[in-house]
Design a protein around this ligand. Sequence first.
Ligand SMILES: [Zn+2]
Length: 242
Amino acid sequence: MTTKPLVAILSGAGVSTDSGIPDYRGPNGLWRRDPEAEKLVTYEYYMSDPEIRRRSWLMRRESRALHAEPNAAHRAVAELERSGVPVRVITQNVDGLHQLAGLSARKVLELHGTAREVVCTKCPARGSMEDALARVDAGEDDPPCLECGSVLKPATVMFGEPLDPVVLGEAVAITKACQVFIAVGTSLQVQPAAGLAGVAADHGARLVIVNAEPTPYDEIADEVVREPIGTALPELLRGLSG
Ligand SMILES: [Zn+2]
C-alpha cells in the first residue's frame, strides 16, 4: 500500500476570477488602486468613522461576491479530496468558494478570514454577513453587535490588521509537512503568504506555480504553468489523484 502525498494548495485571487470576483486586495487589486475604496477596508478608518462604515456596508450590499458560484478550479480541488488524496487549502480569498464547491471546511485555512461572516470588534459574537446586510436593507446604516452594541465588521482581515497567528501557524506547519505545494492564482508578492512557497521548497516539497504572470518564486519552482487556471488546475490535480 502506498501512502498518497499530502498536497497543499495556496490559492489566490486568480482562482476566483472565473467566478466573477475581481482581485480586490492584491498589489494591483481594485482597492489598492482606489484610495477612497481602500479606506472602506482599512481598520483604522473603519473603526474611527461611522460614515466609512456606512459606505462599507453599502459596498458589500451592492457587491455580487456573496452570490458568486464556484468554478472549475474550486470543483477540481474538492474532487481531489473526494478521490482520497490528503489535501489542505491555504487561501488568500475571502469568498468561501472552496467550501461551496464541496471541500470540507476543516481542510481550508482562510488567511484573510471570510466575507461570509461578521464579527464584533469587542466581544466574541459572530454572525452571517447575510443577516447583517438584511439589517442594512431594513434601514440600519451601521448595524451594531446584537450582543453588546459595539462596532460590527466583516470577518475579514482588513488592511492594518494582523493575520490570525493561529491560522498562519497552521499554514506554515502544513507547508512544511506537504510533499506537493501548488501556488495557484497568486502573484506571490504579498508576505507572509508568498513566503510559504519558499518554505515549501526549503522543506523538500515539489513546488508548482500556476499563474498567468511571472512570480518571484518561478526560478525555484519545479514546474511553472501559465495556462488558464480553469483548465490547467483540473488537469494538474487529475494527475495527482491517478
Ligand atoms: Zn459584541
